[in-house]
Write a protein that binds this ligand. Structure first.
Ligand code: HEC
Length: 94
């Protein structure tokens, strides 16, 4: 069972959370370190209750509200929440 969860989480990571690139950092104006921290929060903390959310299934306008609603559930600090939002908006495909 633990193995199944690990495999599922792994495949979700490779498909659902693009790795941070210099272009992503440049386009978003956020540092690569901050985006990488946000990605780490996303793939480790947002899979506790459901599968990794699909970034493109929600608009840039909707994401801040979703993150405001989910951050207390995932027990995120203000810095984690801020990095997560930056990552999601930077990783979202137009
Ligand atoms: C403690 C459990 C829990 C954690 C942790 C959690 N979620 Fe959720 N999430 C839920 C539940 C329950 C729902 C469905 C009901 C709802 O929308 O409130 C949901 C729904 C969602 C949806 C669909 C919302 C919609 O409007 O369709 C998204 C996107 C989402 N979560 C993103 C996240 C992100 C990003 C994180 C990490 C910060 C996260 N969740 C962490 C419990 C959780």
């Amino acid at each position: 069972m633990a193995l199944l969860i690990a495999v599922a989480a792994c495949s979700a990571v490779s498909t659902g959370a693009p790795v941070v690139t210099p272009a992503m950092s440049h386009a978003s104006g956020a540092s690569a370190d901050k985006l990488t921290a946000g990605r780490r929060v996303f793939v480790s903390r947002c899979i506790e209750c459901h599968t990794l959310p699909a970034i493109n299934e929600h608009t840039p306008a909707a994401w801040p509200h979703i993150i405001a609603r989910m951050s207390p559930r995932a027990d995120l600090t203000a810095a984690e929440r801020d990095a997560l939002l930056s990552y999601i908006l930077a990783a979202r495909q137009p």
